[in-house]
Design a protein around this ligand. Structure first.
Ligand SMILES: N[C@@H](Cc1ccccc1)C(=O)N[C@@H](Cc1ccccc1)C(=O)O
Length: 706
C-alpha cells in the first residue's frame, strides 16, 4: 500500500478511521478511569489512601507500557499489527472490569453486597493490568501511524491532523466522563440493586470493541510502514559502547573528546551519535517534568474524592462528583483555540519571545496555583464537617419523647431544659467522670442519643448515632417512634420497617432531592415530606401526640445528626481552570517541543520518553502521599504546590541554558558530509579503475568497482 490511497480534500481517507478509533479508545479509557476511584472506595470498600494509591499505580502503568508498545511495533510487528493485537488485550481487560463489578456473581445471601470480595479484587486487578498494557502499548503507535499516512510534503495537513487528533481525544473523554458517572449512579442488579459499576465499565468495553472494529474496517486503506528495526536497542547499545569505551580510555594519556558520546565513534555512525546527543539533551530537560503530572493526575483521585463532600446542585441539575472531571476536556476544547489564535499571537505582538520552554514553565506555575485553590476549597469543606468525638470522648444528644418539659443535670454542664419532643445539640462529656450516673453508659469515641421516655421513671433508651459522613453524597435517615403503637415508615426507595413503640429504626441511605415518607399505624396513615441535600444525616422523631391525617408535616421533629454538604462544587471550577490552562501550556507545548527537537528516526523514542514522565509523576503521588501522611488534606495540597514551585524554579534554570536545534538541518549536514565522502571515494575509485584499465588494456572491472 502506498501513501497515495484515496483522498478527501487532500487528506488520506485512512486517517478518518484512525481519528474515529482514537475517539472511541479515549472514550473507553477516560470513561473507565472516571469512575475507578469510586469503584475502589464503594464497591471494593477500600479506604481513600489505598484507592488513591492503586489508582495512581494503574495510571503510572498506563504510561510505562508505551515503551513496550514502541519496541514491539518498531522491531517486530509494525504499528498496524501492534495496534490490532494490543486493542484485543485492551478490550478483554475492559470486559474483565465490567464482569468484576457485577455484585450478583458472589452475592449468595442476596443482601446487595458481594460475599467473595477476593474474586472481585483479583478480576479487576487482572482487568486493569490488561487495560494498562493495551492503552499504553497502542498510545505511541496510533498517533505515529496517523502521521505515517501523510507524504513528506504534506506538513500542513499533518499538523491539522494532530490538532484534530487532540480535539478528538478530548471530545471522546468529555462524553465518557459525562456518561459513565451517570451510569454508575443508577441502581442495577439481578437479585438485589446496587450502584451500576458494571454498566459504567461495560459501556467503555463496548466502545473499545467499536474502536477495534473501526480500525480493522479501514485496514485496506492504510499505508503500513515496515518495522525499521529496533531503534531503542540501537540507541541503548551505542550509549553502552560509549560509556564502556570512555571507561577503557579513562587514563590522562588519551585526548579528551568534546562529548562523552563521541567515545562511540569507533563503532557507530556519526549521524546516529549526533541523533543520540539531541535526544539526550531533551531527555535531560525532562527530569523535572514528572512533578507536573504528579499534580495533574490528582484530578481523577483526590479532587474527585473532594467533590464527594460538596454540594452538587447546579439549579435543577445534579452533578455527580466524578462528573466534575468533564470540566477539563470542556476547557481544553475552548482554551486550545483561544490560546492558539488570541493569547499566543497577542504575546508575540507585545514583542515577547514566548518560547516553548517558557510556556511549559508558566504551565507548571498554573498547576501550582490550581493546588493552592484546591487547598482553599478544602479548608472551607473542613469547616463544615462534623467534629466526631476523640477516642477519649463521647458525644451525647438528648431527645425528650414525653409531652412534658424535663430538666436534665449533667456533670460539668448547666441544667438543661428540654420541652416536649425537643432534641438537644451534641454535648461533649469526658468519659469516666465520677459524677456520671451509671444509669447510662457512654461509649468512648461514639456519638449517642439518649431517648428520655414518656414517663421519666421508665427505662431510658440509648442509641448509637452515625459516626462518619454518609458516603457518595447519600443521606443517612432514621426514625424514632415516641408513640404507644408501632409505626411503619416507608418511601418508594426504602422501607424503615415496623418501628415498635419507644424504639428506633436503623439508618437508611437516601439520595438527594425531595422525599415523601408515608407513616402507617394500623389502617391510618399520613405523609411527611422534606428536601435532602448531600451527605447529611437526620433522626426524625414521631411524637406521642401525632394525629394521623392527610399529612403530619408539623408534628414530626427533625434532629440534624450531620449537616448536609454546603460547600458548592462550583468552587472547584477555579482549580480546574488553572490546571487545564497549565495543561494547555505544558502538555500541548511539550508534545510539540518533543516532536520538533527529536531526530527523524527517534520521534517515537521521545514520545515514549515524554509519556514516561507521566508514569514517574504518578509514582511520585504514591511516594509523597505515603511518606508525608499529612493529617489534613489541605496541607497535602499545599505541599504538592510548593514542591512544584521548587521544581519549576530548577526547570526554568535548565531551560535558560537550552539551545533550540533544528534536527532536520543537523541530519542534512551529516548526510551531506557522508555524500561528500562518497563523492571522494567515487573519485578515488574512478582513478584506480583507469589505472587498472590501462594495466589490463580495456578489461571490465565491475566486480571491483561495485
Ligand atoms: N485533557 C486530557 C483528557 C482528559 C479528559 C478528562 C479528564 C482528564 C483528562 C488529554 O488531552 N489527554 C491527552 C494528552 C495527555 C495528557 C496527560 C497525559 C498523557 C497524555 C491524552 O492523550 O489522553
Amino acid at each position: 500500500m502506498n501513501k497515495k490511497s484515496s483522498r478527501v480534500c487532500g487528506y488520506p481517507l485512512s486517517i478518518f478511521f484512525i481519528v474515529v478509533n482514537e475517539f472511541c479508545e479515549r472514550f473507553s479509557y477516560y470513561g473507565m478511569r472516571a469512575v475507578l476511584v469510586l469503584y475502589f472506595k464503594y464497591f471494593l470498600r477500600w479506604d481513600d489512601d489505598l484507592a488513591t494509591s492503586i489508582y495512581h499505580t494503574f495510571v503510572a502503568l498506563c504510561y510505562l507500557t508505551p515503551i513496550l508498545g514502541a519496541i514491539v511495533a518498531d522491531s517486530w510487528l509494525g504499528k498496524f499489527k501492534t495496534i490490532i493485537y494490543l486493542s484485543i488485550v485492551y478490550a478483554i481487560g475492559q470486559v474483565a472490569m465490567a464482569v468484576s463489578a457485577i455484585h450478583d456473581i458472589t452475592d449468595t445471601d442476596r443482601d446487595g453486597t458481594p460475599d467473595n470480595m477476593t474474586f472481585h479484587v483479583v478480576l479487576s486487578m487482572v482487568g486493569l493490568f490488561l487495560i494498562a498494557l493495551g492503552t499504553g502499548g497502542i498510545k505511541p503507535c496510533v498517533a505515529a501511524f496517523g502521521g505515517d499516512q501523510f507524504s513528506d510534503h504534506q506538513d500542513r495537513q499533518r499538523r491539522t491532523f494532530f490538532s484534530v487528533f487532540y480535539l478528538c481525544i478530548n471530545g471522546g473523554s468529555l462524553l465518557s466522563t459525562i456518561i459513565t458517572p451517570i451510569l454508575r449512579a443508577q441502581d442495577c442488579g439481578i437479585h438485589s440493586q446496587q450502584k451500576c459499576y458494571s454498566l459504567a465499565f461495560g459501556v467503555p468495553a463496548a466502545l473499545m470493541l467499536v474502536a477495534l472494529v473501526v480500525f480493522i474496517v479501514g485496514s485496506g486503506m492504510y499505508y503500513k510502514a515496515e518495522p525499521q528495526g529496533n531503534i531503542m536497542l540501537d540507541v541503548c547499545k551505542c550509549i553502552g559502547f560509549a560509556i564502556k569505551n570512555r571507561y577503557r580510555h579513562r587514563s590522562n594519556q588519551y585526548p579528551k573528546r568534546q562529548h562523552w558520546m563521541d567515545w562511540a565513534e569507533e563503532k557507530y555512525d556519526k549521524l546516529l551519535i549526533a541523533q543520540i546527543k539531541m535526544v539526550l539533551k531533551v531527555l535531560f530537560l525532562y527530569i523535572p517534568l514528572p512533578m507536573f503530572w504528579t499534580l495533574f493526575d490528582q484530578k481523577g483521585s483526590r479532587w474527585t474524592l473532594q467533590a464527594t463532600t460538596m454540594n452538587g446542585y447546579f439549579g435543577s441539575l445534579v452533578i455527580q462528583p466524578d462528573q466534575m472531571q468533564t470540566v477539563n476536556p470542556i476547557l481544553i476544547l475552548t482554551l486550545v483555540p483561544i490560546m492558539d489564535s488570541v493569547i499566543y499571537p497577542l504575546i508575540n505582538k507585545c514583542g515577547l519571545n514566548f518560547t516553548p520552554l517558557k510556556r511549559m514553565t508558566v504551565g507548571m506555575l498554573l498547576a501550582a496555583i490550581a493546588f493552592v485553590c484546591a487547598a482553599l476549597v478544602q479548608i472551607e469543606i473542613d469547616k463544615t464537617l462534623p467534629t466526631f468525638p476523640s477516642t477519649s470522648q463521647s458525644q451525647l444528644k438528648l431527645l425528650n419523647m414525653g409531652s412534658e418539659t424535663v430538666t436534665i443535670k449533667m456533670p460539668g454542664n448547666d441544667p438543661l431544659n428540654l420541652t416536649a419532643a425537643q432534641v438537644s445539640g451534641q454535648i461533649n462529656i469526658s468519659v469516666g467522670h465520677p459524677e456520671v450516673r451509671n444509669t447510662i453508659s457512654l461509649a468512648k469515641g461514639q456519638r449517642q442519643t439518649l431517648l428520655i421516655p414518656l414517663t421519666i421513671t421508665d427505662e431510658w433508651l440509648m442509641t448509637d448515632d452515625i459516626t462518619s459522613k454518609p458516603q457518595e453524597g447519600n443521606n443517612a435517615i432514621r426514625f424514632v417512634n415516641g408513640m404507644k403503637t408501632a409505626v411503619n415508615v416507608s418511601i418508594p426507595a426504602a422501607n424503615f420497617g415496623l418501628i415498635e413503640p419507644f424504639s428506633y429504626s436503623n439508618y437508611s441511605l437516601i439520595k438527594n432531592g425531595k422525599v415523601t415518607f408515608t407513616l402507617w399505624s394500623g389502617s391510618q396513615s399520613c405523609e411527611y415530606s422534606t428536601d435532602f441535600g448531600f451527605g447529611s444525616s437526620y433522626t426524625f422523631f414521631i411524637p406521642s401526640t401525632l394525629v394521623f391525617g392527610p399529612n403530619c408535616q408539623e408534628s414530626i421533629t427533625a434532629a440534624e445528626d450531620i449537616k448536609p454538604n454546603s460547600v458548592h462544587m462550583a468552587l472547584q471550577i477555579p482549580q480546574y481552570f488553572f490546571i487545564t490552562a497549565g495543561e494547555v501550556m505544558f502538555s500541548v507545548t511539550g508534545l510539540e517541543f518533543s516532536y520538533s527537537q527529536a531526530p527523524s528516526n527517534m520521534k517515537a523514542v521521545l514520545q515514549a520518553g515524554w509519556l514516561f514522565t507521566v508514569a514517574i509523576g504518578n509514582f511520585i503521588v504514591l511516594i509523597v502521599a505515603e511518606l508525608a501522611k499529612l493529617p489534613k488534606q489541605w496541607a497535602e495540597y499545599v505541599l504538592f504546590a510548593s514542591l512544584l514551585v521548587a521544581v519549576c524554579f530548577i526547570f526554568s534554570i535548565m531551560a535558560y541554558f537550552y539551545t533550540y536545534i533544528d534536527p532536520a538541518e543537523i541530519e542534512a549536514q551529516f548526510k551531506k558530509n557522508v555524500n561528500e565522502d562518497d563523492e571522494d571515494n567515487k573519485h578515488k575509485l574512478q582513478k584506480t579503475e583507469r589505472f587498472y584499465r590501462k594495466l589490463f588494456s580495456g578489461g571490465t572491472l565491475k566486480q571491483y568497482t561495485a
